[in-house]
Design a protein around this ligand. Sequence first.
Ligand code: THU
Length: 127
Amino acid sequence: MSDLVDEARKARENAAASFSKFKVGAALRTAAGKIYRGCNVENSTYGLTVCAERVALLSALAAGERKFTAIAVVTQSEEPSTPCGPCRPLMWEYCGDIEVTLANLAGQRVEYKLSTLFPYPFTFSVD
Ligand code: THU
């Protein structure tokens, strides 16, 4: 099985981060073992910037995937950085309590279950 962090590191190379200069790569593994990569894509609207995690997730969903087991995220930060607020509920909704590996270019890695990074998720039901 290929190393998910390695995949995220390769995904990061495609980041379009000319505004922040902060390149992010993500790699999402499906239950069947397929990997979808994503990188952050910035643009001059600023507000329509898309995070690497969401690019990986949306591309997998658009390909028809619905079951996921793990995601890895690679950044250049001194400490591995955690997914942003808006990405967390989206990952929760479509991936459930997956393994999240956060890594930096120096090779540091930390692992969490998504429920640790996103406790008490919003849920709703209607009659
Ligand atoms: N970014 C991600 O791609 N993922 C995160 O979890 C946090 C932030 C991107 C968005 C923007 O392009 C850059 O990093 C700086 O915020």
